[in-house]
Design a protein around this ligand. Structure first.
Ligand code: CU
Length: 475
């Protein structure tokens, strides 16, 4: 009896729920992503042997820098991004043999609106020789995978041969910041070589807030080593993909917008009292980003760049590989607000940038960009030391450009003996307790103790070789 009553009640409740959910003005049918409201059809892709010549990237919706243009009004965006093989500088003196979309890393960002069509066209131009360089990497197959699309990967994302062109079209159904990347095996190698970028899709009615600045920040990792076959670019060693580091997820550089400390040299501008919207995408390919801005709080975080996924008052946003977020913040007062991956190991590899209120954002030349490319060490130990220094130490030290968190290390071999330097690098915390010079230095550097870098004897020898190489002209 009691059971029957319960059952009746259950049916009643179920009935009511059914009725309300099927009514004409219910929640479900007002869902903007309802299958009846989004476009799931697209014509088949077309592959031809005709090739684009001239510019490697064209389209009014494309953005080539971190400062974003407003969305272009056309409802069909014609976008051409060709693939190239080219040498790019990912850190001072580190000339890397990259593969690109649109001849830059990251590739140009596409900006559009929900409901827009993207008409995409790409020629595989990996067989074209770039200036300053003989062909290092053989031409190869490439493809394009848009996370912003809902299409058959077998049709749209197929690999095309050098000299071929693929064209396809799709509709943008969801707002967000979506990654695009090459999907040709080994995908990991194609992404780590530079084949990625962003599609920014705004809600149909735009964003619900007003801001003064919009900037794009793409985080990614590089895994590089000096070319074992000894290729040179303008006399400097060429760096190539390090497959071992790639497989073990041990990047040599973790960067924003393709360049080690890039936005430290060229800070993003904002004035006190202004509201900044950052479009942040973590490409990976293998690391997460703990994105944080020192000195302010994210008023709003729209995870994946969709205002439906809103969080308020966040200090940090955690982004897995290919996750993104729009973060909005007030710049409270004059200063330089530091964008970092709060996984500090990643930040010290170059994932640092500034939002600065100094209008004359005087580019603090933190790196020795003005050393000519030919000023490169030849001895392998010194090369290793230079590379390790640029990936692990530049966050706190400069060479000849003044103090950062730690001292300028130009001339360090003259003020310290090799024995002192070796002891310091092996265990700075011990030296800070026992060595008088170290104690004075600690005071001078605001009691910020240099963290133990966990260096092996071999690595210490490489740093010393590099410091001696820098100071060689002074002796
Ligand atoms: Cu590729």
């Amino acid at each position: 009896m009691i059971q029957a009553q319960w059952l009746n009640r259950l049916f009643l409740i179920a009935g009511i729920t059914l009725l309300t959910s099927c009514g004409p003005n219910t929640k479900i049918s007002s869902d903007p992503y309802d299958a009846s409201k989004i476009e799931l059809k697209s014509p088949p892709s077309v592959t031809t042997d005709g090739r684009h010549t001239g510019a490697f990237a064209t389209g009014a919706s494309l953005n080539f820098n971190s400062e974003l243009k407003p969305v272009d009004p056309a409802t069909t965006k014609y976008v051409q991004l060709d693939t190239t093989h080219k040498v790019i500088e990912i850190a001072p003196g580190v000339q890397f043999s990259a593969w690109t979309f649109g001849n830059q890393v990251p590739g140009p960002a596409i900006r559009a609106r929900v409901g827009d069509k993207i008409h995409f066209s790409m020629t595989n131009r990996s067989d074209e020789t770039m200036p300053n360089m003989s062909m290092v990497v053989a031409p190869m197959m490439h493809s394009m995978d848009f996370h912003a699309a809902m299409v058959s990967p077998q049709d749209k994302y197929k690999s095309i041969a050098p000299g071929q062109t693929i064209e396809f079209e799709f509709t943008l159904n969801y707002p967000g910041i979506f990654m695009y990347h090459c999907g040709t095996p080994m995908i990991l190698e194609h992404i780590a070589s530079g084949m990625y970028g962003a599609v920014i899709v705004e809600p149909k009615a735009g964003y619900p807030t007003r801001v003064d600045h919009e900037y794009l920040v793409i985080q990614s990792e590089f895994y590089v080593k000096p070319d074992p076959t000894g290729h040179k670019v303008n006399g400097a060693p060429l760096y190539v993909l390090d497959a071992d580091r790639l497989k073990s997820s041990q990047p040599t550089h973790t960067v924003f917008n393709g360049v080690h400390n890039g936005m430290v040299k060229n800070p993003l501008a904002a004035k006190p009292g202004e509201r900044v919207r950052l479009f942040v995408l973590n490409v990976g390919p293998s690391k997460t980003s703990s994105f944080h801005v020192v000195g302010t709080i994210f008023d709003r975080v729209w995870f994946e760049g969709n205002p439906d996924n809103q969080m308020r008052g966040m200090q940090t946003v955690l982004l897995g590989s290919s996750n993104s977020a729009i973060v909005e913040m007030m710049i409270p007062e004059a200063g330089s607000y530091i964008m970092v991956d709060h996984h500090f190991a990643n930040a010290s590899q170059g994932a640092i940038g500034l939002i600065s209120t100094l209008t004359q954002a005087k580019p603090v030349d933190l790196e020795h960009h003005n050393m000519e490319a030919s000023a490169m060490p030849q001895d392998p130990n010194t090369v290793q030391g230079k590379m390790a220094f640029e990936s692990k130490c530049l966050a706190c030290h400069s060479i000849g450009q003044g103090k950062k968190l730690g001292p300028d290390l130009a001339g360090v071999t003259q003020r310290r003996s090799d024995a002192w330097l070796s002891q310091w690098l092996a265990a700075p915390e011990k030296m800070l307790q026992t060595d008088a010079a170290a104690k004075i230095m600690l005071k001078e550097y605001n009691n910020i103790a240099m963290p133990n870098q966990g260096l092996s004897k071999n690595e210490i020898a490489q740093y010393l070789a590099y410091f001696h190489w820098i100071d060689r002209d002074k002796k």
